[in-house]
Design a protein around this ligand. Structure first.
Ligand SMILES: Nc1ncnc2c1ncn2[C@@H]1O[C@H](COP(=O)(O)OP(=O)(O)OP(=O)(O)O)[C@@H](O)[C@H]1O
Ligand SMILES: [Mg+2]
Length: 264
């Protein structure tokens, strides 16, 4: 679905992404993690065609992003910005959701149907002004407006940053539901609990290079790799690492409870 082959990218003379290659199959849920400034947002913009590689290739759903128009790629891929205010550009919630839809759906009845569906899913009032809403509500609106397009691939740049626990779980349940229905997900996150709970595979970026590509379970047990990318494991895998022998297979709270009962 998404393939990067020896991708390099820089802003002016400064190299930001260096020799990155990976492939994401349809239906995978992949987390992209790494220290601040590692180049994660830049890499995501290369994946959705907003930026073009200076060398190497990015292929999305069989199309080389250098030759495809961003508007064509937008039928396949949707991108949630790190900051929702960089995405929101209309004066009402309803207009904001309709704005992105008009590019991908020409039938006006279908546009309205999808818009109403998103308003009801996110319990949003279509008449509200986005800038009078809380940060969490604006994040939900930004997500609602890209989901209305029903993209095959979702690229999410820190979808839960700045949200309280309930808002975070609400958004992650929606993303997880879409994944179960077949969407391919690439999600940047600094929250290793979210990564552990929802993603299957992790790409680790450090100083523009891909230094890890493995299952999330393997990442959480790899102290050297985590420390190289300035990351801490999620709490349960961290505790299992501390407990050592006998706890190698422990990853979730259920695993931990089962293992403790076995040792009693
Ligand atoms: N438009 C730009 N022009 C020049 N340099 C940029 C631009 N955007 C980002 N950079 C630089 O590229 C590097 C990587 O930035 P990027 O935003 O991709 O990192 P990130 O991993 O997403 O960081 P964070 O975790 O803070 O979101 C940083 O050093 C940043 O200063
Ligand atoms: Mg970023």
């Amino acid at each position: 679905m998404l393939r990067l082959n020896k991708v390099d990218f820089g802003y002016e003379a400064r190299s930001i992404i260096r020799d990155v290659s990976f492939e994401i199959d349809a239906g995978q849920f992949v987390a992209l993690v790494g220290e601040n400034g590692a180049g994660k947002s830049t890499l995501c913009r290369l994946c959705n065609g907003l930026l073009k590689p200076s060398s190497g290739t990015v292929t999305l759903d069989g199309k080389d992003t250098r030759n495809a128009r961003v508007s064509d790629l937008a039928r396949t891929v949707a991108y949630l910005f790190q900051n929702p205010d960089r995405q929101i550009c209309q004066n009402t919630v309803r207009d904001e959701i309709m704005f992105g839809l008009e590019y991908v759906v020409s039938d006006t009845e279908e546009q309205s149907r999808r818009c109403e569906q998103m308003l009801s899913l996110f319990a949003l009032d279509g008449r509200r002004e986005p800038f009078s809403m809380s940060r969490g509500e604006r994040q939900q609106l930004a997500l609602a407006s890209i989901l209305a397009r029903e993209p095959k691939v979702l690229i999410l740049d820190e979808p839960t940053t700045g949200l309280d626990y309930r808002e975070c779980m609400f958004i992650m349940e929606i993303i997880s539901h879409l994944h179960k229905k077949g969407a391919t997900i690439l999600m940047i996150s600094h929250d290793m609990e979210v990564v552990a709970d929802f993603a299957d595979r992790a790409l680790v970026l450090s100083k523009g290079r891909l230094i890890g590509d493995d299952t999330v379970r393997a990442l959480m047990k790899n102290r050297a790799l985590l420390s190289e990318a300035s990351l801490l494991p999620a709490q349960i895998p961290a505790l299992a690492l501390e407990l050592g022998a006998g706890f190698e297979q422990v990853f979730t709270i259920d695993d931990m409870l089962k293992r403790i009962k076995e040792t009693q």
